[in-house]
Design a binder for this molecule. Sequence first.
Ligand SMILES: [Zn+2]
Length: 264
Amino acid sequence: MPNKTILCPDKIHSVELIAPKTYRIDEAGIANCYLLIGDKKALLIDSGNGAGNLLETVQALTDLPVELVLTHRHCDHAGGRNNFKEYGFHKNDNHLVYRIESSKLASKSLCKGTGRDFVYTKKPFKAKKRLFKDTDIFELGGRIVRLMNVPGHTKGSVVFLDESTHLMFTGDDVNYWLWLQLPGCTSVKEWLPGAKKILSMMDEYKAYCGHNDGYISKEMVEELIKRGEEILAGKKGTPIGHGVLSYPDNNFQDHSVIWYKKVQ
Ligand SMILES: [Zn+2]
């Protein structure tokens, strides 16, 4: 497959080859999933919000058994879980607040909220949850993926590290639009050490996040960290046109929205 985006038959998902046997699956600009294919099985990182036919999209890319894992338990990453019999997420996301935020109702409202022609589609299974431990390793056959719990966006947010391609998948912990204002989100103070840990690994690992075009550069993460530190120092963010926008929301004390929009 050429290294370009191809629209799938459901007209919702598009697929981009980002490394050998590694695909970014974009659910109509709502969120990204990533499919990592080994010799024996494949790992699907996140499942989108649940529009279109994710299962068909994945099966067009691999015949191997697929294990679904989540970077965190929010509806735009967990909404497609019932395409599979089981799904895994970190034990620290096993709380009521995240159950609500990853519910079918949340996915349906998000579909509606886009104002576009999306519907939450019917799924074949009712996926059973499996909780990760910090030591979990995913052996795909000739390819090993590790996880690292980085409390950030949610308490159980994890980053997946792929040894073979030196890619890491950061979910929403560092992305273009960092949200820390939802119930259950960590504070900026709790988020910062994890973001710095991710930054320290970015010479070795290229980072792909849960939204937009996926790739997130070291400079962007540095900028996010800078914004976070400014918020903690009491500085109020200022929207700057279509460039970088940082906006701490005082209604949430130190829980803030940091909107980081790539300068075009
Ligand atoms: Zn999220």
